[in-house]
Design a protein around this ligand. Sequence first.
Ligand code: ADP
Ligand code: TRP
Length: 323
Amino acid sequence: MQKTLLSGVKPTGTVHLGNYFGAMRQLVEMQNEYHSFVFVANYHALTSVQDGEVLKKLTLDLVMDYLAIGVDPKKTTIFLQSDVPEVTELAWVFNTLTTVPYLQRAHAYKDAEAKNKEVNVGLFDYPILMAADILMYNADVVPVGLDQKQHIEIARDTAQKFNRVFGETFTVPEPLIVEDVKTVPGTDGRKMSKSYGNVIGLFASDEEIKKAVMSIPTDSKGVDEPKDPATCKVFAFHELLQADNLEEVRKRYLEGGIGYKESKEILIDNLRAFIAPLRSRREEIARDPEMVLQILRDGAEVARAQAKKMMEEVRAKTGLILQ
Ligand code: ADP
Ligand code: TRP
């Protein structure tokens, strides 16, 4: 039987190369092999985006982004998390099986606590809603970046716990982490992340690409000096893009004879060539928002039908329905 794949992205800002290489690209490749679900995690976004108009815009933008990279609504069910409110009901059931100390060990919560941020209950409970997202559709695999691995483990624990208490119900999902990408670095060498302001947008304009690349810090080695590709923050992007001239650039790094300025110029060209077709497809899609809304209506119908069925089983097993 065909295995089920599911993934979601929060609509909290512009999609960047880290999101693409870490999580989104796999969906395009895998939708041919898997029964696929992709959704916009807008309930999750509410833990940080608290402006209705902004959330609406980010949500629609993200759906367009998915379509632009090649997620095909004929092969993948694309939907909004909030179009399947059953998922919050399932999260509630899971809440009752989860202890507070267990969630206190989650990275996202620990990080927020360490920074003395005010943590809303939604953020604290974030991994449980995510477990509900995944288990609702009996997902076998969940492609995500390395930073989400713990959340998949929480989903696995939750499935096992429910199954133990109420009988075999949920598939225990596997994370799918692309080993050769792992964490995409940002322009400052840290993990590329919206929250660090070190991103290169997946649909960035030529000017934005140039500005981002120019801001990558380098050391003071001269043109002729050999350079270590493994530690150069510019080279990290060459490696990511895997352009045709990658090996040539690597050789010149090792032997000396390429300056950071030239390396950056090559990178700008390669990035522009990589992004241009994505950007033009994205612009085409943005001209037809009604088509996008129709895709979401269709996707919601498919997802919701499956969620209702699952919730009936959960309600029956937990004693929430009487007959
Ligand atoms: P951000 O850190 O920019 O807020 P998100 O947390 O919204 O990004 O991540 C969305 C998806 O993209 C997740 O599956 C995450 O693992 C993946 N991802 C984000 N940044 C990176 C990165 N720098 N490298 C690899 N994957 C990433
Ligand atoms: N937590 C994920 C992120 O930060 C988004 C997400 C929510 C998700 N629910 C999911 C990802 C279910 C995969 C499966 O990016």
